[in-house]
Design a protein around this ligand. Structure first.
Ligand code: NAP
Length: 404
């Protein structure tokens, strides 16, 4: 049998290519045919992979060579009271995970925050960026260009913003290094995560620089922007939304919901800061990536961005009367309510549960994410401080291998 609609056959001695079906590969019947192709090749039946409610056409732009969908269990945690600027009220947060105990743990932290009057949350910065390298004829030219770029944001914006209706170039930074300039183009991206938008716009600006004779060539991504890569630079913000969430927890809430005292939480913080310093951790936090990954999968965010979003700082401070002030600072949280995977079946439904689907909702989603992360930091901190960590995972999170 041929692998494609062309009728061409792969020679027997060569690994076969995944069928593309000549641009028609998102048709539901051809997705089923591709799935049957790999079932046939491997002898593995893909009943669950094929059991999806998503149309093939809805996956265009999100995946290539589709054969179905991966399913991840979805839990609901709440109530979570949030006192933000864009998110104000009580929320029930969908979390997609295979880690038993995660939802229960976040739920416990959410209950503590809710009993404490809610998590106060603010988005203090909202940008995405890309850092290309511009090549010049010599070191003097590179130094001159690095001085010229920030002062000519308006001309660069005209070139960049011609490619997007929503992206706005807010700043250009430049560092000369030898004969090159390491530039950073900073954009506001509306409600989109913006990587496609920012890449297109930055490329247009770089082409304009070449046409204007300012640079001889460029490489669009230098690696300095911290996209899907943890770096110290992320702590200063500018790669997504900068979100700060905090709450005062009374001795009663700490005891009744989390089973700890403020003194135990402060002691835990002191000891684990030392441990994380010893390990060279970027930022300081308990398990920010845990809740964010579950939140991102549920809500159709680009999950690989958890690598940069989890460069964060959690802090516990005494707040008088045996109370605790707990805060998380997420300097680089790229969340979106438009574009990317946000419109796909379950993702859209989860965003709608939070009132966060579509235009004008991204700050609200960021604030709910910030409060969710704070809940997780409190609950995990309490489990460690009180010595309950292993017991909780034994109760909720042990899976024995299945014969099915
Ligand atoms: P996108 O889905 O490519 O584009 C979304 C588009 O929606 C925007 O470009 C914008 O069009 C439009 N839009 C409509 N209403 C909007 C609103 N209220 N606010 C903002 N935009 C609005 O998404 P993206 O956010 O640019 O990029 C995210 C995707 O990029 C993710 O899927 C991610 O996986 C992927 N990604 C790309 C790269 C890369 O290097 N290109 C790297 C990592 C990840 P206009 O721009 O025309 O206004």
């Amino acid at each position: 049998m041929s692998d494609d609609l062309t009728g061409r056959k792969t020679p027997a001695d060569r690994p076969r290519l995944v069928p593309r079906y000549q641009g028609q590969g998102y048709r539901d019947d051809l997705i089923a045919r591709r799935r049957a192709w790999i079932e046939d090749l491997t002898g593995v039946p893909l009943r669950h992979v094929g059991g999806t409610s998503l149309s093939g056409e809805s996956m265009r732009g999100n995946v290539e060579n589709p054969i179905g969908t991966a399913q991840v269990p979805l839990g609901l945690a709440g109530p979570l009271a949030v006192r933000g600027e864009a998110a104000e009220g009580v929320f029930y947060v969908p979390l997609a995970t295979t880690e038993g105990a995660l939802v229960r743990s976040y739920e416990r932290g959410m209950l503590a925050l809710t009993r404490a009057g809610g998590a106060e949350v603010r988005v203090t910065r909202d940008e995405n960026c890309l850092s290309p390298v511009l090549r010049c004829s010599g070191l003097a030219e590179a130094t001159a260009l690095a001085g010229w770029l920030p002062a000519h944001r308006a001309e660069l914006a005209a070139a960049a913003e011609a490619t997007t209706g929503h992206g706005k170039l807010v700043a250009v930074e430049a560092v000369p290094i030898g004969r090159e300039v390491l530039a950073t183009f900073r954009f506001s991206t509306g409600d989109a995560q913006g990587m496609n938008m920012v890449a297109r716009a930055t490329e247009a600006a770089c082409r304009w620089l070449m046409e204007a004779g300012k640079a001889s060539s460029f490489l669009l991504m230098s690696g300095a922007s911290g996209e899907k890569r943890a770096s110290g630079r992320l702590l200063a913000g500018g790669k997504g939304k900068t979100v700060t969430a905090g709450a005062v927890l009374s001795a009663t809430v700490l005891d009744s919901v989390l089973g700890v005292t403020a003194a135990q939480m402060l002691e835990l913080w002191r000891h684990t800061v030392r441990g994380q310093l010893h390990a060279g951790t970027l930022g300081y936090q308990g398990h920010v990536g845990n809740g964010l990954t579950a939140f991102f999968i549920a809500c159709g965010q680009d999950v690989a961005n958890v690598v940069n979003a989890a460069v964060a700082v959690t802090s516990f401070e005494p707040a008088g009367d045996d109370s605790l002030y707990a805060a998380v600072h997420l300097p680089a949280l790229p969340v979106a309510t438009v574009g990317g995977g946000t419109g796909l079946g379950t993702a859209r439904e989860c965003l709608e549960l939070l009132g966060c689907y579509g235009a004008g909702r991204a700050a609200r989603l960021a604030e709910i994410a910030g409060a969710t992360v704070l809940a997780g930091e409190l609950s995990m901190g309490a489990a460690l401080a009180s010595g309950e960590m292993v017991t909780a995972h034994e109760a909720y999170g042990r899976n024995r291998p299945s014969e099915d």
